[in-house]
Design a protein around this ligand. Sequence first.
Ligand code: PEP
Ligand code: MG
Length: 757
Amino acid sequence: MKKDQGKKRIELVCSVAELATLFERTTSITGILDQTVKLIAQHMGTDVCSIYLLETGTRRLFLRATVGLDSGSIGTVQLRLGEGVTGTALKEMRPIIVPSLSDSLYNKPFPGIGEENYEAFLAVPLIYQMKRIGVITLQHSKPNFFDNRDARAMTAIASQLATLIENAKLLMELHSGEVPHSGEDQAHVLPEFIKGNARSEGIAIGSAYRFADRGGDSFFFDPSRHYGQGFDAFTSSIEKTKNQIEQLQQSVEENLSDAGGLIFSSHLLMLTDEAFSGEMAKRIRHGTQTHSAVAEVVNMYIDLFKGSENEIVAEKVQDLKDLGHRILENLLPKEEAEYDYSGHIIIAQEVFPSELIRLTAQNAEGLILQSRGVTSHILILAKSLDMPIITLDSDTLLSVPDRTPLVLDAFQGTVFINPRREVLNHYRHYLITKQQAVKEGEAVKESTYLKSGEEVHIYANVSLLSDVRLAKEYKAKGIGLYRSEFPFLIRNSFPSEEEQCRIYSKLLSSSAPLPVVMRVLDLGGDKKLTYEEVIDEPNPFLGLRGIRFALKNVEILRTQIRAMLAAGVQNGVSYPVHILVPFVSSLDEVLEVKSIISQCITSLRKEGIQCAQEPKVGIMVELPSAVFIIDELVQVVDFISIGTNDLVQYIIGVDRTNAQVADYYMPMHPSVLRSIQLVASAARRHGLPVSVCGESAADPILAQLFIGMGIEQLSVAPKSIPRLKRCIERFSMKEAQDFAQKALKAGTIRELKEILN
Ligand code: PEP
Ligand code: MG
């Protein structure tokens, strides 16, 4: 075998993943490209590594970064498409190896940049979504230095780098030099873009709309606008506002019947309150200008609510401003009015779940939040509502003037401020293409089989009833996880048994004939109710979470279980009921819950209420303690669901919501994989169905590992189903098993990363 001459291809592939994080740390775009060429040259043992990028306007390739060539040539050396090895590789979209440049047809070294010293040449095109974006070139003084394996490794790297570089390239065309970064002191000058964390995927284009600090801020009218004046204009505005809010409420109830319960009720109450609209009317009658009267009363209420310790009252500040805004807009001619958040990207320190629903109902385009104000439930809800979210550590954007144009790339985590035309065009094009793709519908097969013929069951994770539609459209085999928290989180008090029963009934009947796994209320950690007496826990993630909270508040648990059981029989039709117990840490907890379920069945029967008689009971494995007693647990339950989101958090001891330690949050950590293997084997030995329902089930590589470990069910967000199904069809059971065996033997994270890559 030919010697590898110091090439470390595998290490390079591994390091590329780390390169992606450079985009977050580096303060300039050129910095990203410089780091990339250095890393490649070092790992491939080459003298030269360069990146050329194709300029969109001139269709010419410009040298943008290099190690080994004269750095003065950056930005000046340019090639036509098809010119030289580099131009040809891009034109023909294939890697080209030239063993010895001096003997080659391509021989056209650039004078004065030092190219003539190098013989061997490898050029690999950078292609992003079938679009030519640039070329990576490697050069070495020794002839025949590169072979096909190098070309293959570099092609793999180029495809990984393409997204990163496409972003860098776009920005590079916008800025001629350095670009400030979020971490820098930017008290007065706003950066052109800011890098944050993408937390709910999507793209949004709009203008900035800042939310008040909790309990603070005032409400203003716009003095440049001509509001209608007088009592008649005011009453007509109140009438229009009332109609609009009632319509909004109705549409939310139709689309989000579980979560949307009276979400605009406080608006409607305020609107008809004598002390609110009545006070406005009084002031107008006494000669105050209409818009001033509206603003004065809104501000009077804001002052009242200001500084309240009570989160529910604090929440009302935004409701008030919302309402004041609508009343003012309704004083304007129709063509001038802006009633809702269409065309706006909201910037806030935090939002409540109910606010998120209101924002979605009022067409907000996207959301920028402070990292510390984000909870896992807001993110889960945002994904269900298809609301793009980026979180930021710095508060630079909190001072951005309202109406500043923004673009939110919540795939990459970038916020563009006052974006240039090229950026806008790029993202508008993306949105148009996406709409077309949605219209055409994703062709999804009914069942999913491995290359070798075994079936893998893909289920959907559902947070809102509205998710069921997509789950069915993407042909999920069932609802693998219904997170029952949302109706609790969004309301101002615990939903009653009847209210819950109505929600679960709708869930079961709208999902039928698909089976549904309903999870018992999983509160605690960062999933907090605003109306529950706040228990101040020093370590909420290690506190009254999941089933611990439910067993401490057993009446809440009983009510929920009764509602779930009763939903199992509707108008004489039975639906299978699966109850899932979250955050199990002992056998005792499971036995206690099972006994409560039996008691609930007995009491419902006694009361003459029809209900499911033999519900299936399963547990979530999310804690190391559950992994080590899995052999006992499998004997008392009907199914197992592995919640990797929390399992990773508790096995590695790393907060799943803390961006500071995101690098430690590794679903492919050896301990996590071995735990999953233990659970999967125990379940198989007992003939129990076992699924993975954490986010990592949607990762094609991890999914392959899980399947190789014997897991036949994966439950993922509906949006992830089509891609997951496509990926699964590409490998055989034997390949998955070999892959899993290899991964399970790896001791270091590094080794594992190499295997996974
Ligand atoms: C999990 O922990 O993997 C899970 C699915 O539950 P949640 O994300 O709701 O905590
Ligand atoms: Mg969990």
